[in-house]
Design a protein around this ligand. Structure first.
Ligand code: PEP
Ligand code: MG
Length: 837
């Protein structure tokens, strides 16, 4: 049996009514604020969430009291969830419209007006409440269209269009309450952060009718432009112009060359509207979009919402409001979503233009770029040499693709996840990148990319990568420019003043270092030196070094690499001008530097003047079943110590050189993939000896700090004894996540979305730090390290260093700094400040 809900619960919104945003929703609260500001808001009532929930569950509302409050007038019903971002069912206007009202309006305002209102209501009731097909109704209002719509309703529903106000109110509320509970609506709002039990309130308001001999109509107005945030009166007004009463027309708000404007037609109304916007700005402390109606020349404010805005506008509005003394700087910092900042650092696909989507993958690096498809790194370089913008499309990328990646304007891979090679490199380079686009198939032989529905794209076809949304689009798209403007810089300086955890950048090359400085990183937290060996001239020398049979031959090759590395480090020190630079000694498995195909091996045999068979044998000997757990990191340092010695020498000589010119450099030297204290001891002894030798040879004094990368679970567990020899511990959470889960960084992308969808992992742990597991190792490692050495510097330099939730964890855990890709530095600076407030 259906019960009647007690509608004593609904409440008229007056200045003193008890309106609670948690119970009645944000719209009800906002309308109350407008009423308190003396804005001309029509009579409004709020229906609390529990009542709406009861209606959705099948209880029938008793609407008599509500109907009595709005006796004789039409009403609108609007959604009022606790947070405006959660959306809600569409507003239904003119509830209460029926044949009697139609006759009354026809008498008072003419048939055209009456027909238009009745037809509009019949249509929206039929579509939203009775769930009839929208195609059944014609759009142009006329007496015939109205009659047809009423007849169509009756035919489909087997009953007359409801005439009772109570029935209309009941049914509209019920349909809105149920729409809120629907699966799609639920998923959409949960994606915006709504809790599973988010509730809906409703707002019922007397309709302001756009009628009468004086100017009448409806519109919206805001004082800023929503994409840039610049001051500019923006909006529209649609109504009956007294100068031309026949047709409803759209008037511009402001007088300019385009045609009729509200400013000319009703200057006093226009002035009043601006005043209301400014009142809202000052008193609600926000840029508001005001929705209004003109009822026979009289202004009514129906609703107001915060101006919908792009990220760049959000920054400008927050800073401007703080500069105007309307909000505090702290509030300004809190008002901008850190992740949104990364949008400002890149070109963006203009969100306003239509999209022709080919595939959606994992949005691995933000920004937008258009270019011609290429399928190999070599073709990307050739394309760049012709000055042609290209997009590198690969199954996945490997270190040997690095030059091709530099040459491309964006990268798409079929495989991979957030920390796959393509993703990490692209974020470092600031290139838009989509990985794990598993719905495409690539044929390297035909040089084609085939999308799921069979659509084929060839080499040379133009596509667009939207690395912010993860969409690959066909053709060229309109772009918005990056916006590193004064508002952006100001907001980040305010953030720097309040945050209490450092932010450095992961930077491997002088270009990266310059980007890091531009984004005001406090130093380099990770320089992956292996990225310096992939340039053409170095690769051959590197390969010679790998192929050397004797220590003497190896030294010859290393002696050639030494000046190159010294120049690399000198450049980094010069650019960073005294800020700390943490250089990680060589990490990857040696085979990554060797060719993989026969053609490459033949070329190498030629370059080294050795027989092909020998090259093939050596490549075979160096290949490993599980290279990520094989001969890499400090294991190379222990077994082939000359490489680390060369690097240490290059670092110290660069230190001496750069210190002569500028600020004193105190380099940080970091040992990767440590799992035992003895590894550190062995490497440290040799590096100390190199430092002493360089001091002797140059006669210069310098300090350096030696530290350890904690990226194996054992290193975290044994951090106490390791810290005896380490001035700093930097947690490499990429490898640490990989090893803690036993989950390959490069292969996890294939099933990660399944895993996240099925709730096995709450998030991709390569993206958001797994606080429960990997996080516990961080806590154990940091506590044990600090117990032995109180002043040990603690940091995270894995990809998590740029993720706001992970930054919060590091801060809570007493870490000194995080280090992330240069393009994520601004995000990290702002997020860190928000956590400190
Ligand atoms: C890590 O493992 O977290 C790290 C920063 O090193 P890489 O990504 O180079 O392995
Ligand atoms: Mg690592």
């Amino acid at each position: 049996m259906q019960k009647h809900t007690d509608f004593a619960e609904f409440i008229e919104i007056t200045p003193t009514a008890r309106i609670d945003p948690a119970r009645h929703g944000w719209r009800a609260k906002c309308l109350q604020r407008l009423i308190r500001l003396d804005l001309p808001v029509p009579r409004t009532a709020a229906l609390p969430c529990d009542t709406v929930r009861a209606i959705a569950a099948g209880q029938l509302p008793d609407v008599n009291r509500l109907a009595a409050l709005f006796d004789g007038v039409l009403v609108s019903i609007r959604p009022s969830p606790a947070n405006p971002a959660w959306g809600g069912p569409g507003t239904v206007l003119n509830v209460g419209m029926n044949a009697d009202k139609h006759a009354e309006f026809t008498r008072e305002q003419g048939a055209a007006f009456a027909d238009a209102i009745y037809l509009g209501f019949v249509q929206s009731y039929a579509i939203h409440v009775a769930r009839l097909d929208p195609d059944m109704f014609t759009a142009e209002p006329s007496a015939a269209a109205l009659a047809a719509a009423l007849a169509a309703y009756e035919a489909e529903m087997d009953e007359e269009f409801p005439q009772s106000r109570a029935q209309q109110l009941t049914e509209v509320m019920r349909s809105m309450a149920r729409a809120w509970e629907g699966t799609t609506a639920r998923l959409l709002r949960e994606a915006k952060g709504a809790p599973a039990d988010a509730a809906l309130g409703l707002v019922v308001q007397e309709m302001a009718q756009a009628m009468g001999p004086a100017l009448s109509g409806r519109g919206k107005i805001q004082m800023i432009e929503g994409v840039t945030g610049a001051p500019q009166i923006t909006g529209r007004f649609r109504g009956l112009n007294p100068a031309n009463r026949k047709a409803e027309e759209t008037l511009y708000l402001v007088k300019d060359r385009r045609g009729h404007s509200l400013e000319e037609a009703a200057p006093e109304v226009f002035a009043e509207l601006q005043k209301h916007c400014l009142t809202c700005r000052a008193r609600l402390r926000e840029e508001m979009q005001v929705e209004f109606a003109l009822e026979n020349g009289a202004l009514k404010v129906i609703d107001a919402v915060t101006v919908p805005r792009s990220s760049r506008a959000a920054v400008r509005v927050a800073v401007t409001l703080a500069n105007d003394g309307i909000i505090s700087r702290d509030d300004a910092i809190l008002r901008v979503e850190p992740r949104a900042l990364s949008e400002l650092l890149h070109y963006q696909v203009d969100p306003r233009v239509p999209r022709d989507r080919i595939v959606t993958g994992i949005a691995a690096s933000p920004g937008g770029a258009s270019g011609r498809i290429v399928f190999s790194a070599a073709d990307a370089q050739a394309s760049a040499a012709r000055d042609e913008r290209c997009i590198l499309v690969r199954r996945e990328t490997a270190p040997e693709d690095i030059r091709g990646m530099h040459a491309a304007v964006a990268i798409v891979t079929e495989r991979g996840g957030m920390t796959s090679h393509a993703a990490v490199i692209a974020r470092g380079l600031g290139l838009p990148c989509i990985v794990g686009a598993s719905d495409i198939s690539i044929s390297l032989r035909d040089k084609t990319l085939t999308a799921k529905g069979g659509r084929v794209f060839r080499e040379g076809d133009v596509i667009t990568v939207d690395g912010t949304s993860g969409e690959v689009l066909a053709g060229q798209a309109e772009m918005l420019e990056p916006a590193l403007d004064k508002w952006f810089t100001t907001l980040l300086h305010w953030a720097d003043n309040v945050r209490d955890i450092g932010v450095r950048a992961n930077a491997d090359t002088p270009d990266d270092a310059r980007t890091a400085r531009m984004f005001e990183a406090e130093g380099i937290g990770l320089c992956r030196t292996e990225h310096m060996f992939f340039d053409e001239d170095r690769l051959t020398v590197m390969r010679e070094m790998i192929f050397a049979d004797t220590a003497k031959d190896r030294k010859v090759a290393l002696d050639r690499l030494l000046p190159m590395q010294r120049a690399d480090f000198t450049a980094l020190f010069d650019i960073m001008a005294g800020l700390p630079v943490c250089i990680r000694l060589f990490d990857p498995p040696l085979h990554e530097f060797l060719p993989h195909d026969r053609e490459g091996m033949r070329e190498l045999a030629e370059a080294l003047d050795r027989p092909l068979s020998e090259v093939m044998r050596r490549v075979e000997a160096l290949s490993e079943f599980n290279p990520m757990l094989g001969m890499r990191g400090v294991r190379i340092g222990v077994t082939v110590p000359e490489i680390y010695e060369m690097q240490a020498r290059a670092i110290f000589e660069a230190t001496v050189e750069a210190s002569k010119r500028g600020a004193a450099v105190v380099p940080e030297v970091m040992i990767p993939l440590v799992s035992a204290k003895r590894e550190v001891e062995l490497v440290k002894t040799r590096i100390d000896a190199v430092a002493a030798a360089v001091r002797n040879a140059t006669g210069a004094e310098f300090d350096y700090r030696l530290g350890v990368m904690v990226e194996t679970p054992r290193a975290a567990l044994r951090a106490g004894e390791i810290a005896q020899h380490a001035a700093f511990l930097s947690f490499g959470t990429n490898d640490l996540t990989q090893m803690t889960y036993g989950l390959s960084r490069d292969d996890a992308g294939r099933f990660m979305s399944d895993y996240v969808q099925k709730g096995v992992y709450p998030e991709d742990p390569f993206h958001v730090l797994d606080e429960d597991g990997v996080g516990e190792l961080l806590l154990i490692g940091s506590a044990r390290g600090r117990q032995i050495r109180q002043d040990v510097t603690l940091s995270v330099c894995g990809e998590h260093g740029g993720n706001p939730a992970s930054i919060a964890f590091c801060r809570r855990s007493g870490f000194d700094y995080v280090s992330c890709s240069p393009f994520r530095v601004p995000v990290a600076r702002l997020a860190a400040a928000q956590f400190a407030l």
